[in-house]
Design a protein around this ligand. Sequence first.
Ligand code: SAH
Length: 354
Amino acid sequence: MSGLHDIIVKRVAAEGPMPLSEYMGLCLSHPEHGYYTTRDPLGTAGDFITAPETSQMFGELIGLTLAQAWMEQGTPERFTLAELGPGRGTLMADILRATRAVSGFHAAMSVHLVETSPALRAVQAETLGREGVVWHKSVEALPDAPLYLVANEFFDALPIRQVERAEGELWRERCVGMQDGRLTLGLSDATPLPALQHRLEDTRPGDVVEFSSPAQAIAATIGAKIKLRGGTALIVDYGDWRSLGDTFQALQAHEPVDPFDTPGTADLTAHVDFEALARAAPTAHSRLTPQGVLLERLGITQRAQALAKRLSGDTLSQHIAAHRRLTHPQEMGTLFKAMALYPEGAALPPGFEA
Ligand code: SAH
């Protein structure tokens, strides 16, 4: 058993069952044994592949969307270009390359990455260089300046709590405890949860709702900065407008595994509740848009055709497969959604609807 397994078992023995959020936080970010602390989980050799790792077209279109928003907000002279959870730095590299030709954009920007994983910070420095790139542990530390930000598959990695609707207006929390020598989920006593007051109408006993206080706090901070100084945040992730049902999952080598088996060795995620992010951010927000629809509106097919002219054989087949993977409803096109946060009264970023 892993070191983290023993740490968690001891804690449960001493303090009783822990909320799923605490378990998820330990598994992903424990300073010594955490999943993200110790490894680069991305790519074919890793546990999952993200949109920017699938094709350069994703980052190019995201970059041009941010640049367009910057222009429509009057080309502020100094601004922050930020990414949350940049993985290998591929998305930021594609954004930077695609925006090089946008007059004044690079001269006005400073690049900031919010990343907690030392292992991935090192990979990002390899991809992007250290020159002109600033790393932060939290969004609070981002400068007070207009903020143009992207977060792709970041919010799904933040710890969630899971509760089950009980009788009346009460909820029971799913907590990680021990049974027959194994870590397993159990239910707490029923308590009221004022934070889920708005979910009393659309849930019934037995329904599961997930929520993430860290995700909401981050959306609130980003939104406050955009409200104060302007900017735009593009949030892309798998999820829905409103959380309903158990979406907690563990992936290892691209296959689902038991999330309680070997803590710290699998990628743990949950679908993002975009409504909760929109409610937390004191800005305007776009309608939730399927990734495939957004990318088509932004011109991915034209870009794919232009790139295809230079390709043949295997690289051409891979390119066609990547286009399909990003946009097709049976691949990432519908499961993944995008939402933009932008200042009240400012123009909607391209590709989005109010
Ligand atoms: N955006 C990248 C990587 C997604 S993986 C891509 O699309 O390829 C999730 C990323 O979020 C990793 O870089 C991980 O280290 C980072 N991360 C996870 N939890 C975090 C937290 N609480 N604060 C900052 N970064 C975090």
